[in-house]
Design a protein around this ligand. Structure first.
Ligand SMILES: [Zn+2]
Ligand SMILES: [Zn+2]
Length: 252
């Protein structure tokens, strides 16, 4: 069942939110689960910023200029990549954009990676007190488009930002987001980590020919390669063909 599946979203011991992850154990776990491979995608923002400014979303307004060189842990991640990368275990990054649409990734740090995954972890002014306004929707689409233009291969947990803030994902975003993904050849990630992806958005992506990426977003080893919900969601959205035909090939 899983022999052709790759988990394209796995965190490492360097994640501030890691529970028990290590690259070594995650690889063993993925092999035991019968996956075809896994991709480590550490948060670039967490590698550049110390915990407090990272969780305070300092990067959203200040971009990379707000990062202090003394906190840079990208070399430690590259060291893990050097030590553990193989045909089975690949390394990528989960990368935010700042509010101006710049990828939070230094060009020289992008070079060692075949592809990177874009992600939206904050929108200016969106929180549990303020329901999504048109300005948030506009900012969301601006960030999706910015990441598309920057050439990200996958968009992590596309609508999760709204759920995290305590709101339903705005349906008005489903079609324009799927169109941008298709236009820029970005795969939509299916991700259930603290998330419940809207089936209507998946349906919209299927209709427009957007590809998908499966991600456990593992912060705990027990999560690696657990795709039962992911596959059930694709079926619920109406896809009854071979999974390989709609999944992005991140190894190509
Ligand atoms: Zn994320
Ligand atoms: Zn993640």
């Amino acid at each position: 069942m899983k022999e052709h599946l790759i988990d394209n979203h796995v965190h490492t011991e360097l994640a501030y939110c890691s529970e028990n992850m290590t690259v070594e154990k995650a690889i063993a776990r993925a092999r035991a689960a019968g996956l075809a491979g896994l991709t480590f995608t550490e948060h670039a923002g967490q590698l550049y910023f110390d915990r407090k400014p990272y969780w305070g979303n300092v990067w959203l307004e200040q971009g990379l200029d707000g990062a202090e060189a003394a906190h840079n842990r990208m070399p430690a991640y590259l060291e893990l990549k050097r030590e553990y990368e193989s045909d089975f275990a690949r390394f990528s990054l989960e990368v935010e954009c700042d509010a101006r649409g710049n990828l939070l990734l230094k060009p020289e740090d992008r070079k060692p990676f075949d592809w990177v995954m874009g992600t939206i972890h904050a929108l200016s002014g969106l929180n549990k007190q303020t329901p999504p306004q048109q300005a948030h929707l506009d900012q969301f689409l601006f960030l999706v488009e910015s990441m598309g233009k920057a050439g990200v291969r996958v968009l992590a947990h596309p609508m999760r930002i709204f759920r995290r803030a305590g709101w339903e994902a705005p349906e008005a975003l489903f079609e324009p987001t799927a169109k941008l993904l298709r236009q820029h050849n970005v795969a939509a990630e299916i991700n259930f980590h603290t998330n419940e992806p809207p089936v209507e958005f998946v349906r919209c992506c299927l209709d427009l020919g957007v590809t998908f990426s499966l991600g456990s977003d593992s912060h705990n080893l027990a999560e690696v390669g657990d795709f039962a919900s992911h596959i059930a969601l694709l079926r619920e959205a109406g896809y009854d063909g071979e999974l390989a035909e709609i999944l992005v090939d991140t190894r190509a």
